[in-house]
Write a protein that binds this ligand. Structure first.
Ligand code: PEP
Ligand code: MG
Length: 326
């Protein structure tokens, strides 16, 4: 098996019926970029930038951020995409120097894009660093935790302002850099048709999407039985998001844990997911599996799975069907 996997290492990810899907890695700091490459990832689908802000006592400068983003872009090379996510602090991740009032429900509170839209200077510093780094590789950017169209527009307006400032200063950046958003709040999934018109891509964050859809804290063991990525409610939201993206000619990826789950992959392929982003160690097993699946067969499996009533029934069904074709 190990030997077989090696054969897939530097190959693109192609399904049995010849469709290319993008298999990329999640990383949490610049050093992980090499691991992503060595594990055969075709790029980075989620670069979490919180590491830059954590474990220190002040905000990272534009220059520090620029260096980190550039390092990752250069490690991956000119072609391979790197999707940088803007700051996703709050919730369980706190910053000692960003004094936030204690909240009853931090996961429903002042976090991520909500902080960035409120503290515009903090946001702009990061946007400037990402834009400047965009000339060094195939950098894309996405916003976390968008719930409304107004938030997306506000974020894009700040991005436009930042670009205008760079233009004025004569600083180069990639004017065609793709800008997308994470879909990890049910409200966003439900209005994905409206949001899709104003982004270049979606990346579905199932860790949070499942938590918010099921109203079950992802850190609370008492309710962990409700963390159900295969719940029909979650699957239907995922389908809505992918369909909405495709209707507008945009691509849809996934960067939550579910994207690397070998039972979920057949359904996601059948639903038309274009990009799968996962921990680096999951990349090769996922590529081997995808190369044995046909999209047409998986469309049929997904359609049937989405009509089922229970998540365990869905998982069993997919596992049996996938075993039957292998
Ligand atoms: C997610 O919510 O699925 C996600 C990828 O983001 P994080 O795990 O960093 O919240
Ligand atoms: Mg998230």
């Amino acid at each position: 098996r190990q030997e077989e996997m090696k054969l897939y290492k530097d190959k693109p990810t192609v399904t049995l019926d010849g469709k290319h899907v993008e298999l990329v890695a999640n990383i949490g700091n610049p050093e992980d970029a090499l691991g992503a490459r060595n594990n055969g990832a075709e790029g980075v689908g989620l670069f979490r930038t919180e590491f830059l802000y954590m474990g220190r006592d002040n905000f990272p400068t534009e220059e520090e951020q620029y260096q980190a983003y550039t390092t990752v872009a250069e490690t991956l090379g000119k072609e391979k995409p790197v999707v940088i996510r803007t700051l996703d602090i709050g919730g369980d991740k706190e910053l000692p120097y960003l004094e936030l009032p204690h909240e009853m429900n931090p996961f429903l509170g002042y976090r991520a894009i909500r902080i960035c839209l409120d503290q515009v200077d903090l946001f702009k510093t990061q946007l400037r660093a990402i834009l400047r780094a965009s000339v060094h590789g195939n950098i894309k950017m996405m916003y976390p935790m968008i719930a409304t169209l107004a938030e997306l527009r506000q974020a894009n307006a700040i991005l436009d302002e930042t670009k205008a400032e760079l233009d004025k200063e004569g600083i180069a950046y990639n004017k065609d850099m793709e800008v997308g958003m994470m879909v990890e709040i049910p409200a966003a999934a439900i209005i994905a048709d409206q949001l899709a018109k104003e982004v270049d891509f979606f990346s579905i964050g199932t860790n949070d999407l499942v938590q918010y859809t099921m109203a079950a804290d992802r850190m609370n063991e008492k309710v962990s039985h409700l963390t159900q990525p295969f719940n029909p409610a979650v699957l239907r939201l995922i389908r809505m998001v992918i369909d909405a993206a495709h209707k507008e000619g945009k691509w849809a990826g996934m960067c939550g844990e579910m994207a690397g789950n070998l039972t979920a992959i057949p359904i996601l392929l059948g639903l038309g997911l274009d990009e799968f982003s996962m921990s680096a160690s999951s990349v090769l097993p996922a590529r081997v599996l995808l190369s044995r699946l046909s999209r047409e067969d998986m469309q049929d499996i997904a359609a049937q799975a989405l009509m089922m009533e229970h998540e365990d029934e869905i998982q069993r069904f997919v596992q049996e069907r996938v075993e039957a074709v292998n």
